[in-house]
Design a protein around this ligand. Structure first.
Ligand code: RIB
Ligand code: CA
Length: 314
């Protein structure tokens, strides 16, 4: 049983990753923590609460609001990608469940210290919360069972600037803290999503025709992403960076190739803010600090999602 803490900036595909964890027989979602990122922070909290209620788990998984702002940098939200509500402009009703009064950073520290070696941390947002937790209690770096993040790129174009992927760009200082904390994270970069985690138009319509509430939810929350990808990237598709990351957590065989590499982030410059450097040839002479996913099985990933759409469970 994978006992998971999920840190998310709940918009679009984040909600599908959350739904996967909620509906997996192999996972127990211990907590959801909210990090600044995609859209308005309070709406992100509501989206997490709504998705938990949608999954029939209302009141069973605590949601802890965390950092409303990156450590140092200003950033911009991306309602143009995910819709004003982050749910493809579905404007779902408010869930009954309310967020916890405890701050996400304190919740992470308490949960990890009371379950040493037991918890898997899944990071699908900018890393402000976990960076603050590591600064407040550095000992937690050695107390995770495992740690996965969706972020950065491995020799690949950025998605928010030419240099950087969004999660690293929003808070490069937090990413720096995490990369140098002694954690041994597994990295799922943006390139994995672009190579193995896209649903193109025709396939999206097939998903919609499945007609279950899960299939409709997937289609709805990604609706605006499809519009954005068509208009700005010239492809009729939606991207699933967070859900392919969750698929790797729930079924290690989804990641078909991983390599230990030294990974660094640029938290100094402007033009290449958040750029991620994977030292492929070890030229920097630094010890590898990250297990980088190089290849993933699109089939295993999508089979998992289709099970969710068809059977409402994984
Ligand atoms: O770059 C993609 C990542 O940034 C995804 O996690 C998306 O939700 C945004 O947080
Ligand atoms: Ca995210």
């Amino acid at each position: 049983m994978e006992r998971i803490i999920l840190d998310t900036d709940t918009a679009g595909d984040d909600n599908i990753a959350l739904l996967m964890a909620l509906k997996s027989s192999k996972a127990r979602l211990e907590a959801v923590t909210i990090n600044c990122g995609n859209i308005n922070f309070d709406q992100q909290v509501e989206n997490a609460l709504y998705t938990i209620e949608f999954a029939g788990m209302s009141g069973k998984v605590p949601v802890y609001p965390g950092a409303r702002h990156p450590l140092l940098r200003d950033w911009r939200t991306v309602e143009n990608i995910h819709g004003k509500d982050g749910m493809g402009n579905s404007f779902f009703p408010k869930a009954k469940q309310r967020p916890e009064p405890k701050h996400a950073v304190d919740a992470i520290i308490e949960l990890v210290n009371s379950n040493p070696g037991e918890l898997t941390f899944v990071e699908i947002a900018p890393m402000t919360n976990i960076a603050l937790a590591l600064r407040k209690d550095p000992s937690i770096a050695k107390k995770f069972k495992s740690f996965y993040f969706m972020g950065g790129t491995n020799q690949y174009l950025g998605n928010v600037t030419p240099a950087a992927e969004f999660n690293f760009w929003v808070d490069p200082d937090a990413a720096k803290i995490v990369l140098h904390s002694g954690l041994k994270p597994t990295m799922v970069g943006w390139e994995i999503c672009m190579r193995h985690g896209l649903f193109f138009g025709e396939e999206l319509e097939k998903v919609r025709d499945i007609g279950t509430k899960e299939a409709e939810f997937f289609y709805a929350v990604n609706r605006q992403v499809r519009t954005f990808m068509r208009r700005e990237r010239g492809i009729d598709a939606i991207s699933c960076p967070d859900s392919i990351t969750m698929a790797i957590v729930l079924d290690r065989k989804v990641a078909t190739s991983t390599k230990n590499r030294f990974v660094e982030v640029d938290n100094e410059s402007e033009i290449s803010r958040g750029a991620c450097y994977v030292d492929e040839y070890g030229v920097l002479g630094k010890k590898p600090n990250v297990k980088v996913v190089y290849e993933a099985s699109e089939k295993r990933f999508k089979d998992m999602l289709y099970r969710l759409f068809r059977e409402g469970r994984i």
